[in-house]
Design a protein. Structure first.
Lengths: 302, 524
């Protein structure tokens, strides 16, 4: 029988203060990133703020500086360019949004007659659509978190629900913070990834909570910190393996999935890893901390 | 074999056969299938991001439709007032209101007249010798809804005329139209074709004022210069100026039909029919303006300016002239496909066909690599039981594709990512069960009870963890659009099917093994 972990007895609760500090920083950074997103100071995708993107696929590589020079000369203000070396692709982003894509394509055809290219995609989005989508995304996240609290509270208990929700918010914040710090573009697809990981990172939390609940019923006398710690250790290998199998499919997706799915799968990958961390170091210690501080009964149900 | 095992085995086999029958026609091998098979099964549609094409969102400018209707009302009030001997009263539209101006003493009379003539107008405010009326909100909303509906119908007709395969037009929100043009190679042409369909207006030509002076900049008040565009015999584009009264007498939304006919001399003509209201207005216009020219203006371009020969009642008219049959047909199209409210593009996503194919290839590549790694990992880590998990992965994929085919779901690029993700998530249930079974074996249970209690104890954990993921997938489905919805669909279906294949699909294999061979030891 191959096992990654044999019977472990790690004192996770002893790391509580360190892990709470790390997680508090993650949440703070994530909330800061969220505020920056709200103020439009982050690298927001055009699906949120409006604008134009044009992706051109050249037969031979076009130096990005030449492309930039042509755009600047033609008076396209505030354009940003990104190069994908695979397939000699150039992605051009512009703030304007009406009929600009055509002009850019025509400009490149005219400026580089010796360099044939294909138009991979053009996207023009008006600012009103952008703010609609922003609002929809925010609502989807808020409703998801409320629904998760209600479901976990219904299946376990209210405190479990809140602890799980805090862990979920932590995961979303952490990934958002990482993307913000890496100056990655935050677009609708990234928000989709955030929502998906909000749901999926709960899998590990549910596995741990399940065992805590089971042990609470069995060993009524055991002090809570020890009981939670033992529960985490008991399910540690499956917590890690369930995440590992998802990581195993996400890594090829990041590597070979193409430019559209790259950041999306990267966000999911971060999320799965952070989600595993948070189910052990955030959600479970929260149960202990809360119980100790309020002195209340953690499980009332038989 | 016990009957319960036979039942479950039968159920799994049946679902696999049905799933295969449903999704095989959607695969590249589908072309070789017999007609009775592929002809009767709906295919998994590829999203625009995979097959290439344009996704457009148009904003219908419904306010302009309301303004045009108010123009019609103001004009009608004006003429009705004249016929009722209300001297010195004028009605004109100002923004979304109608302003009546009159000699001060006539206030009560005018108020009474407006109330009787147009019940949809509500008194709003007054000043000296002036009253402002606004239309009732319900009426204005009706006009707006109508204009969106008409914009949709006419856009559909226009796209069909352009010849796009499987176009899709649907309303989004209150005043937006989503237009999907899959596989289109020349999106800009299509867009301009849709866009040129626009506002049709009838305006009188002013032949008394001096056109030359107007062109020099001295346009008389209440007039405007619009141009007619035609292609001359030499192929040169002729721009002919017209001096028109600015007031819109009638708009295209009153038009019921326009078609090419033959006039009494056997020459091509265009016959037009108005609805009941339009017929009345048209009768009045033609009656008052016999001998003058009525310009047909589409999107600010004069397409024809026929002379009114006589008062036309009954709502049917013929436009005759020096038409060739083609010219008459073109004018009929202009009339027929005019949109009552202008639209503007607020979103235009166009994916080239090569990028779509490229995305499919990359997605399939990533899926194969990821899937293979997981399959190998499960066997290495869980031994022969890992094979059962691998069988669950294949079962998941087959059922997921079958479900997508039967639901007529659209496969998008994020949708492919969703399918790949469910490969990784799908083995989670098996991991949870296997770990539980290992625990039972370590506690000293023989294989069969260990498997049974492992399944029992892992069941609730598996259910809970699937439901939480399903909750967020449902939110994505509710709030997402386009490709995101595709992701939500494949993710939700994948989660539900995971549950089925873990709880029914793999359990039955364990049960078969346990009844056929009395296992001393389980490879897990």
């Amino acid at each position: 029988m191959l096992q990654i972990l044999h019977k472990t007895n790690i004192d996770f609760m002893g790391w509580k203060n360190v892990s709470f500090a790390v997680s508090a920083v993650m949440i703070a950074l994530g909330l800061f990133a969220l505020v920056q997103v709200g103020r439009g100071k982050a690298n927001l995708g055009i699906d949120f703020v409006g604008g134009t993107t044009v992706q051109l696929s050249f037969k031979d590589r076009l130096p990005i500086d030449e492309a930039r020079a042509v755009l600047d000369k033609a008076g396209f203000q505030g354009s940003t360019l990104q190069e994908f070396t695979e397939g000699n692709k150039i992605l051009i982003r512009l703030r304007e949004h009406e009929g600009v894509a055509d002009k850019v394509v025509a400009l490149f055809r005219q400026a580089f007659p010796g360099r044939p290219f294909e138009v991979d995609s053009t996207t023009e989005i008006g600012p009103t659509i952008g703010s609609d989508l922003q609002w929809d995304a925010l609502r989807a996240i808020i409703f998801s978190i409320i629904a998760i609290i209600i479901y976990i509270a219904f299946r376990f208990e209210f405190k479990f629900g809140v602890a799980a929700a805090v862990a979920t918010v932590h995961d979303v914040c952490a990934v958002l913070a990482v993307f913000y710090l890496m100056n990655k573009e935050i677009n609708l697809l990234i928000v989709t990834a955030l929502l998906t990981l909000a749901g999926y990172s709960l899998t590990d939390t549910v596995v741990v909570f399940d065992r805590i609940r089971e042990n609470l019923k069995r060993a009524k006398r055991e002090p809570l910190p020890q009981l939670v710690n033992a529960s985490i250790n008991e399910v540690l290998s499956r917590t890690i393996i369930t995440s590992l199998t998802v990581v195993l499919v996400l890594v090829p997706l990041v590597m070979f999935g193409g430019e559209v799915l790259h950041d999306f799968s990267l966000a999911l990958l971060f999320g799965v890893i952070v989600g595993t961390y948070s189910s052990i170091f955030v959600a479970s210690p929260l149960l202990v901390a809360w119980h100790v501080r309020t002195g209340g009964q953690l499980i009332r149900k038989k | 074999m016990k009957t319960s095992i036979q039942w479950r085995l039968g159920l799994i086999l049946l679902s696999v056969v049905v799933a295969l029958a449903l999704f095989l026609p959607s695969t590249p091998a589908g072309d070789r299938l017999p007609e009775w098979w592929k002809g009767n099964v709906s295919k998994i549609a590829l999203g625009l991001d995979l097959r290439g094409g344009s996704h457009l969102v148009m904003q219908v400018e419904t306010d302009k439709a309301v303004e045009a209707s108010l123009d019609n009302i103001a004009a009608d009030l004006q003429t009705t007032a004249a016929s009722q001997k209300l001297e010195g009263v004028t009605f004109a539209r100002s923004g979304q209101t109608i302003v009546a101006k009159f000699p001060e003493a006539m206030e009560d009379q005018v108020a009474d007249f407006v109330k009787k003539t147009y019940a949809v107008l509500e008194y709003k405010s007054r000043a000296k010798g002036e009253m402002t009326y606004a239309p009732k909100a319900q009426w204005a909303n009706g006009i707006k809804e109508d204009s969106v509906r008409q914009a949709k119908e006419r856009t559909e007709r226009r796209i069909n005329k352009f010849g796009v395969a499987e176009p899709n037009v649907y309303k989004q929100g209150v005043d937006q139209l989503v237009i999907q043009l899959p596989g289109i190679k020349n999106p800009q042409e299509a867009i301009s074709f849709i866009k040129t369909a626009g506002r049709l207006e009838f305006k009188l030509v002013d032949t008394e004022s001096d056109l030359g002076k107007a062109l020099a900049g001295k346009v008389p008040e209440g007039r405007e210069i619009l141009y007619g565009e035609g292609v001359g015999e030499s192929g040169k584009i002729n721009r002919q100026p017209y001096l028109l009264y600015s007031q819109t007498l009638l708009t295209g939304d009153r038009l019921k039909e326009a078609k090419v006919g033959i006039d009494e001399y056997g020459k091509p003509s265009v016959s037009i029919t108005f609805d009941a209201d339009g017929a009345k207005i048209f009768e009045r216009i033609t009656g008052e303006n016999v001998g003058r020219q009525l310009a047909i203006v589409l999107d600010g371009v004069v397409h024809s300016a026929p002379r009114i020969k006589d008062r036309i009642s009954g709502g049917s008219a013929q436009i005759t002239g020096n038409f060739t049959h083609d010219e008459a047909a073109r004018l009929a199209i202009v009339l027929r496909e005019s949109l009552p409210a202008p639209m503007k593009i607020v979103q235009n996503v166009t994916i080239g066909p090569s990028l779509g194919q490229d995305s499919i290839n990359k997605g399939v590549h990533a899926a194969l690599v990821g899937g293979l790694v997981v399959v190998v990992f499960m066997v290495v880590y869980y031994g022969l039981s890992g094979l059962i998990a691998d069988y669950a992965i294949v079962l998941n994929l087959v059922l997921l594709l079958g479900a997508m085919a039967v639901l007529n779901a659209t496969l998008t690029l994020p949708g492919i990512a969703g399918i790949i993700l469910t490969i990784g998530m799908g083995v989670d249930s098996n991991v949870l069960m296997f770990e539980r079974i290992r625990e039972e074996i370590r506690a000293g249970k023989p294989p069969r009870p260990a498997v049974d209690s492992g399944y029992d104890k892992a069941f609730l954990t598996i259910l809970d963890s699937h439901v939480t993921t399903l909750i967020t997938a449902a939110m994505l489905f509710m709030f997402g659009t386009g490709p995101i919805k595709g992701f939500a669909v494949s993710l939700s279906l994948g989660i539900i099917i995971n549950l089925y294949s873990a709880l029914v699909g793999t359990k039955v294999i364990f049960d078969i093994i346990n009844t056929k061979w009395k296992l001393e030891k389980l490879s897990i």
